[in-house]
Design a protein around this ligand. Structure first.
Ligand code: OSB
Ligand code: MG
Length: 389
């Protein structure tokens, strides 16, 4: 298939479903903890009656980024949907042009764009991973499996952390990421390294430190970490460059890279050795495609980050993460790490021999979305989060 011959879609309607699902294991980070997964699930309905599904993965509070579920719903409903409904989209990478006059709001945008890519892949009778591959450098076809790790939150003791690592390693996860914060870092890393000298181990600070902590953070160099993710401020790039000059451990940026331009600045000032690419943070899959090309051209290691997505977002992320330019383990774990019951099936199950998730066979995102579970999630959201606007 050639990009020029792709079938287009015309968007007849877009539905938004704001919902919540309880986590089996909430993820406590340096910025907080939320008991439930919340998301705005987007259904794009085409003139040919195809439903494309996407997930705007946004948290309740503006702790990771500035968006919240409620701001997302507002901006999508009032300002994005009128620009999208009735439009014809020829190929995935044409979509962002429709929303160019809506600044920021990346998580919200990414949800709509993901639903459009799913609808386009389905309109062309293709799996989303194969549809993505059309926009990638020559020879970059899906590997069929995405190599993944697991992200472990801040626990109440080091002992509890070791227990949970033991459980995850026994399940077959070969790369472990631990959330750290001021006061929960060096001793933790030392204890884990002592018990697991060879485990692929990394830390994620979610912006808890400042440059004043450089000497403190230097102690992490002794633990042979794969990387440290986002040690400094969520808006900073420059100081990460200064910190990297003092650290041997590779700095991976998450929060700070919101678009291609941020990535270019980060590379220019030596602030990044590895990229955590979250489709939601950069505003959608078109930006991901551009970033993928830049990483491949510059030999910048790349993995796909997670926002504890439902099966809808997870399926799209697995499709992207299975592309060969994504060359480090991604933060996409099996369904049972997050939920007792997801809104989409089949569940993602870890291939314990090689710490991977398989790309589903079906067209588009390849999972079935259950409308009754969406309804239950909407009711749960309304009951638990009675926000007044
Ligand atoms: O910093 O990567 C992060 C989840 C919510 C907000 C920020 C982050 C995360 C994760 C989740 O680490 C990883 C996953 O989806 O399993
Ligand atoms: Mg992170």
């Amino acid at each position: 298939m050639q990009v020029e011959n792709l079938r287009s879609i015309t968007i007849k309607d877009v539905k938004l479903y704001t919902l919540a699902i309880p986590y089996t294991e909430p993820l406590k980070t340096s910025f907080g903890v939320e008991p439930d997964k919340v998301a705005i699930i987007v259904e794009v309905i085409t003139e040919d009656s195809i439903s494309g599904w996407g997930e705007a993965s946004i948290e309740v509070e503006p702790g990771y980024g500035s968006e919240t579920v409620v701001t997302g719903e507002h901006v999508m409903h009032e300002f994005m949907l009128p620009k999208v409904i009735g439009q014809t989209v020829t190929k995935g990478t044409d979509f962002p042009e429709l929303l160019r006059l809506v600044r920021g709001n990346h998580h919200a945008k990414a949800g709509i764009e993901a639903a459009v890519w799913d609808a386009l892949a389905k309109a062309n009778d293709m799996r989303l991973t194969d549809y993505f591959a059309l926009f990638m450098p020559d020879g970059h076809e899906s590997d069929e499996r995405a190599t993944v790790g697991v992200s472990i939150g801040i626990q109440s003791s080091i002992e509890d952390t070791l227990d949970i690592i033991e459980k995850r390693v026994a399940q077959g996860y070969q790369r472990v990421k631990l959330k750290i914060a001021r006061g929960w870092d060096i001793e933790l890393a030392a204890a884990v390294r002592q018990k697991y000298p060879d485990l692929m181990l990394m830390l994620d600070a979610n912006s808890d430190y400042s440059l004043e902590h450089a000497d403190h953070l230097k102690q992490l160099d002794q633990f042979n970490l794969l990387m440290i993710e986002q040690p400094l401020a969520y808006y900073d790039i420059y100081e990460h460059g200064l910190l990297q000059q003092q650290l041997e451990t590779a700095i991976c940026l998450d929060e700070s890279v919101k678009c291609v331009n941020d990535l270019q600045v980060a590379m220019q000032v030596g602030a990044i050795r590895i990229l955590n690419l979250k489709p939601s943070r950069v505003g959608g899959f078109t930006e991901c495609v551009k970033i993928y090309h830049i990483c491949v051209e510059n030999n910048l290691p790349l993995w796909i980050g997670g926002m504890l997505e439902t099966g809808v977002g997870r399926a799209a992320n697995v499709a992207f993460a299975s592309l060969p330019g994504v060359n480090m383990p991604s933060d996409i774990s099996a369904t049972d790490r997050y939920f007792a019951e997801d809104i989409a099936t089949p569940n993602f199950v870890l291939n314990s021999d090689d710490s991977t998730l398989s790309v589903p066979d079906g067209i588009g995102i390849g999972v079935n979305v259950h409308r009754d579970r969406i309804e239950a999630g909407i009711a749960y959201w309304k009951e638990r989060y009675p926000y007044q606007i």
